[in-house]
Ligand binder design. Structure first.
Ligand code: NAD
Length: 279
């Protein structure tokens, strides 16, 4: 039976470290958070970010703009935050109204204030092994692997999902650690090759958003399984991997919820502190 890889104790340790870094900076650290329009989900997420930020000594400055805010007006607001010396980092809450293009507006955030680590300049630095601000979920997976003492050197690591926020940056971070990283996606599934790749994985990381996509019987004996997926099935939150069957074959596996999730917001705060040190 696999050992559970729980994110919460790791998040608690990392938060303690962040708290000390904030205190030793000896000046206020501020995260600005911008939401456009009404969205209960985004608001709940912002509330939980605020709670974590404040527990670490980071000021959380939340601003809600009207639903009909034009793209240009949002860009102007971002530029105001860019030039506000009291703001160290910023986050734009998702989802945005349909008339706003996130990829366009996020490029106006100064890279050194990009708390989510999604600015092309920060993504580009990963390629050169020079990143200090990282995409939060990809960083959360790397932190989990590091804290669990998993050596990535030369390992067959299969990432399922190639999104900009998880799979793609994660593949680059894994290469940095000399893992043999294979990235699978919808094309792999359509070509009927997903099972074959998953069966070969010594470390499997799944970030798709489809409950039960990865069959328990596909897991290699002794593999390490990190399930990033979050799916609501009959009022329960589950990952993308068939947990009960997978835990019988894996040596370590993340629970969902309670695996990667608790670390993601912690990585956001770590980025804010890194940003404060840059500014
Ligand atoms: P996304 O929709 O942007 O990307 C999904 C990826 O899955 C794509 O690369 C796509 O090609 C791939 N895919 C889709 N169907 C597939 C199939 N049948 N076979 C193989 N690959 C397939 O999703 P995302 O934003 O990267 O999020 C992925 C999952 O991770 C979601 O469940 C999301 O809720 C979760 N998530 C969790 C956290 C966390 O903190 N734990 C953070 C971010 C996202």
């Amino acid at each position: 039976m696999a050992k559970l890889l729980e994110g919460k104790p790791i998040a608690e340790r990392t938060k303690e470290d962040i708290k000390q870094q904030v205190a030793s900076l000896g000046r206020p650290v501020v995260l600005a958070s911008v939401q456009v329009g009404e969205n209960a989900g985004a608001e709940a997420y912002a509330r939980s970010q605020k709670k974590v930020a404040e527990a670490l000594g980071i000021e959380y400055r939340f601003q809600k703009l009207p639903q009909d805010t034009a793209e240009e007006a949002l860009i102007a607001f971002i530029e105001e935050l860019n030039s506000d010396k009291s703001v160290n980092g910023m986050i734009i809450q998702m989802p945005l109204p349909a008339h706003i293009d996130y990829k366009k507006i996020s490029q106006f955030i100064l890279p050194q204030k990009d708390a989510e680590g999604m600015h092309p300049a920060n993504i580009g630095k990963i390629v050169f092994g020079r990143a200090v601000i990282l995409p939060c979920t990809a960083a959360a997976v790397m932190e989990l692997l590091k804290e669990a003492g998993i050596d990535l050197y030369g390992k067959e690591v299969v990432v399922v999902g190639h999104s900009e926020i998880v799979g793609k940056p994660l593949a680059l971070l894994l290469l940095e650690k000399f893992a043999t990283a294979t990235v699978c996606h919808i094309g792999t599934s359509k070509a009927g090759k997903l099972e074959e790749h998953v069966r070969a994985a010594e470390i499997l990381i799944v970030a798709v958003g489809k409950a039960g996509l990865i069959k328990g019987e596909w897991i290699k004996e002794g593999a390490i399984v990190i399930d990033v997926g979050i799916n609501r099935v009959a009022d329960k939150i589950v990952g993308d991997v068939e947990f009960e069957a997978a835990e019988k074959r894996a040596s370590m596996i993340t629970p969902v919820p309670g695996g990667v999730g608790p670390l993601t917001v912690t990585m956001l705060m770590r980025n804010v502190v890194a940003a404060a040190k840059l500014g």
